[in-house]
Design a protein around this ligand. Structure first.
Ligand SMILES: [Zn+2]
Length: 110
């Protein structure tokens, strides 16, 4: 019986490592998901900035007031491609401020 003791220690270490690994696998998505949400939100805010810049250029070239809202087709000239929300929101312009906005919650131009 006394001979078995030295072999048990590595076994215990392996079991503990497997348990830690299992716990990590279970909880890892909880740590990763908010980060990917943040990336998508930042990407969308970047899109809103591009739309805002394009709209500003459109207003300047046409002599319109700062809250005049362009149609998206009118911005094609100023953008390489029309941006799309990475989380499926749709873009529109606020008729009061003239700022672009996204329908997805939390995607707000700051
Ligand atoms: Zn969005």
């Amino acid at each position: 019986m006394a001979r078995k003791t030295p072999f048990r220690r590595p076994l215990i270490i392996i079991v503990v490592c497997l348990l830690i690994g299992a716990v990590f696998l279970v909880f890892a998505p909880h740590f990763v998901r908010p980060r990917t949400d943040n990336l998508a939100t930042n990407s969308c805010i970047n899109n809103l900035r591009q739309l805002d810049g394009a709209a500003e250029q459109w207003r300047l070239e046409n002599g319109f007031a700062t809250n005049r809202c362009p149609a998206f087709e009118q911005l094609r000239v100023y953008l390489r491609r029309l941006p799309e929300c990475p989380q499926g929101g749709s873009y529109s312009f606020d008729t009061n401020s003239g700022l672009p906005r996204c329908s997805f919650p939390g995607h707000v131009l700051r």
